[in-house]
Design a protein around this ligand. Structure first.
Ligand code: PEP
Ligand code: MN
Length: 368
């Protein structure tokens, strides 16, 4: 689907979009205190949740509509644009009426096409910018689907927020970042602004800076971080929130890298290096092609002798040998295993095709 997507925030290259504010609005005083401290730091947009989608009942579910008035006060007193999460039609109408500047769809909303469509329908005829968080499961199509639904409703300023993906078991993250997914989304929707929600990826304070830096290194357009005047006392997501002062330091420490420069020497040198990489990729794929031809010959030979395609001991021998070779070349065991597994699978596919080819005419006739 052809989409016209315009940036949600106007920023110069090399200047990240900074969205910050508490996970939840708790009182007018807490919201205003946070916003004033953040406004001094020159952030671009103030966030606060007022309808909170909590995993289990019994947790604080947000202050509701009264919070919209507090956000209005933030706008009036600090001049900052404000954003909040909407999860259904009523939220959209209330937020539009209150003059909220930007809406965001939470991870538990993006996952549900019925909810996204309900929101899209409620947005028809407006031009409010919308940020769409990734769904909780690692499904780029679902994320794309939400962008398409909102775009079809006539919204042109759309951005996305990467907040990580649910997983089971131990992890240092609350939500696994799985960076290849937002990178793939960027490839599918070139130019869409992508914001890193380091708070929900990390779920803890000590690695917020590292994740924010990683996002900058991957050419993300900005950050959304949860900031609270008294994080330990926060009514939701206490473990991941930081004070405005700590947040200010985090932003200052970021090294923001630009996509390119007009420095002639850099451009010439990078061109040479890229040329070298392109040549290596070409050799790599020529070799892979040769490997498949060799695998096909083996397939034909096995077929003739009625031998099975997969021999576990041979596979394990190749894998161990290659991991060893990889180590000598500075390649991680995980990388070698992943790439060799993919190559092996492709060989099996080629051999399976050969095994299943019907016998050529003129070949031996099988008696019925
Ligand atoms: C939030 O931003 O506070 C929130 C609920 O996030 P998510 O939808 O990413 O869980
Ligand atoms: Mn939160």
């Amino acid at each position: 689907m052809e989409m016209t997507i315009n940036p949600v925030f106007d920023k110069k290259p090399g200047q990240p979009v900074i969205i910050a504010g508490p996970c939840s609005a708790e009182s007018e005083e807490q919201v205003l205190k946070t916003a004033k401290a953040l406004a001094k730091q020159g952030i671009d947009c103030f966030r606060s949740g007022i309808w909170k989608p909590r995993t289990r009942p019994g947790s604080f579910e947000g202050v509701g509509e009264i919070g919209l008035n507090w956000l209005k006060t933030v706008k009036q007193e600090t001049g900052l644009p404000v954003t909040t999460e909407v999860a259904n039609r009523e939220h959209v109408f209330a937020a539009l009426k209150a003059g909220i500047d930007v809406l965001w769809l939470g991870a538990r909303t993006t996952v549900n096409p019925f909810s996204v469509q309900e929101i899209a329908d409620a947005l028809k005829g407006t031009d409010i910018p919308v940020l769409i968080k990734n769904p909780i499961n690692p499904d780029v199509k679902l994320w794309m689907g939400a962008i398409e639904r909102i775009s079809k409703a006539g919204i042109s300023r759309i951005g996305v927020i990467h907040r990580g993906f649910s997983s089971f078991g131990n992890s240092k993250y609350r939500n696994e970042p799985r960076w290849q997914l937002p990178i793939e989304l960027k490839r599918l929707v070139p130019g869409i602004q992508i914001i890193c929600d380091n708070s929900h990826i990390c779920g803890r304070r000590d690695i917020l800076g590292a994740v924010a830096q990683k996002a900058m290194d991957l050419q993300f357009d900005g950050l959304m971080t949860e900031v609270h005047p008294n994080p330990d006392e926060a009514w939701s997501d206490a473990a991941q929130q930081i004070t405005p002062a700590v947040f200010g330091k985090l932003v200052k420490a970021l090294k923001v890298r630009v996509a390119t420069t007009d420095d002639v020497e850099y451009l010439e040198h990078i061109d040479d290096l890229r040329h070298e990489i392109d040549g290596i990729d070409k050799d790599l794929f020529e070799l892979l092609g040769k490997r498949m031809t060799a695998a096909e010959s083996i397939g034909k030979y096995k077929k003739k002798n009625n031998i099975s395609i997969l021999q576990a001991s041979r596979w394990s021998e190749i894998l161990n040998k290659t991991i060893e070779l990889g180590r000598e070349k500075g390649l991680s065991d995980g990388f070698v295993t992943q790439i060799l597994t993919a190559i092996h699978q492709e060989s099996i596919n080629h051999q399976t095709q050969i095994m299943n080819e019907p016998a050529k005419k003129g070949g031996k006739k099988v008696k019925a």
